[in-house]
Design a protein around this ligand. Structure first.
Ligand code: NAD
Length: 351
């Protein structure tokens, strides 16, 4: 029996969470789900989108499946995801992108992005325009670095550490070796951000020397172009937070769209599995969200728990349903009337 926290999220979250839960149960793996709401509605009711009870549950169960949660743009509360990743030290964000037959993806793409998940440009340490501490910061930089920022500037602090880079790069190389991959590509903008990205690149070089696997470094802007032009040439990729976020969405686009792209946030103690996509407010409540990304995230979770047969049965069922194309949501087949629930049921029938 596995104890798993199910974070139902908001927007399309509850719809895809229920679909994924049903599919995991259908594999026959015994799960005691601890259902924990989080997100916009929880914030409206309690003033906190991520109550302590969610952390308590994850700390107890060590594993969670999380549906998306809304982050208000530009202002409002801090991202639920960023808080979870920081507080549980989920420093690996692993995002596989593989083209499934029957989708619009570029045939033969099969890569995995390892995105550093705990630092980089997403520290959450920010200085807003016009505040006193921002003026102090501008004064400090002017005095110590001789650089004069505009008075109406705002700042988000980017930090990259040696230890933070080492652990994510090691996990990427370990994964590449274990899963029989042939190449690791690291990516930064070390030509411009020499202190931070330069450090990440230096660590990548040090670690690469310990493994008998090809390593290359490509600047992040060039990588975006090469991914679009020659996506089949990439295998395992590792990069700082912001680049990983963007590059993994390019990879998702190449492999058939955001409704199909799974992800995992993994630390040394806890793991939270979630789709790449957000709460999709534009389609929330209509029952047409594609549940595949969260179901494939649940497959990563089953593998993580050692339930490899269940993971591969579920993955195969998803692939069969998508390839057959009769019971897929409208993002995959524009005039389709198939609902989230019907697609989940078709997958369950295949299992
Ligand atoms: P989004 O991923 O929610 O939506 C982008 C587009 O993709 C929309 O057109 C949407 O309808 C479509 N889409 C997304 N998931 C889909 C699915 N399963 N099936 C079919 N279509 C799908 O991105 P956004 O609109 O930029 O963000 C909406 C909210 O989600 C924001 O508040 C954002 O901060 C949040 N967000 C949360 C997470 C998370 O919880 N992990 C991740 C990304 C964004």
């Amino acid at each position: 029996m596995h104890n798993i926290t199910l974070i139902t999220g908001d927007g399309i979250g509850p719809e895809v969470a229920e679909a994924a839960r049903k599919c995991v149960d259908a594999t026959g793996v015994q799960v005691d789900w601890d259902v924990q709401p989080a997100g916009l509605e929880v914030h409206e009711k309690s003033g906190d989108p991520l109550p302590n009870s969610v952390f308590d549950s994850i700390r107890k169960n060590r594993t969670a499946l999380k549906a998306p949660t809304t982050t208000p743009l530009g202002s409002g509360y801090r991202s639920v995801n960023v808080r979870l990743r920081h507080e549980l030290d989920l420093y690996v964000n692993m995002r596989p992108a593989r083209t499934l037959p029957g989708t619009s993806g570029v045939e033969g793409v099969d890569l995995v992005v390892f995105r550093e998940n705990s630092e980089g440009a997403y520290t959450g340490v920010e200085f807003s325009r016009g505040e006193e501490e921002t003026r102090d910061f501008i004064g400090y930089v002017s005095e110590h670095k001789g650089f004069k920022f505009k008075d109406d500037s705002a700042f988000s602090i980017k930090s990259i550490s040696y230890s933070g880079s080492k652990r994510i790069i090691e996990r990427a190389f370990e994964y590449a070796v274990k899963s029989g991959r042939h190449k690791v590509t690291s990516s930064t903008k070390s030509n411009v951000m020499k202190a931070t990205d330069g450090l990440f690149l230096k660590v990548a070089g040090e670690i690469a020397r310990r493994y008998e696997i090809e390593h290359e470094h490509i600047l992040a802007d060039a990588l975006c172009m090469l991914l679009v032009m020659k996506p089949r040439e990439f295998d395992v990729l590792v990069m700082p937070n912001l680049y990983g976020d963007i590059v993994s969405e390019i990879a998702a686009g190449l492999t058939g769209g955001i409704g199909l792209a799974p992800g995992a946030n993994i630390g040394d103690e806890y793991a939270v599995f979630e789709a790449i996509h957000g709460s999709a407010p534009d389609i929330a409540g209509r029952g047409i969200a594609n549940p595949t990304a969260l179901i494939l995230s649940a497959c990563l979770m089953l593998d993580h728990l050692g339930e490899h047969k269940a993971a591969s049965d579920l993955r195969k069922a998803v692939e069969d349903v998508i390839e057959e194309g009769r019971h897929v949501t409208p993002d995959l087949k524009p005039k389709s009337k198939t609902t989230t629930d019907q697609m989940a049921n078709a997958i369950i029938e295949r299992i």
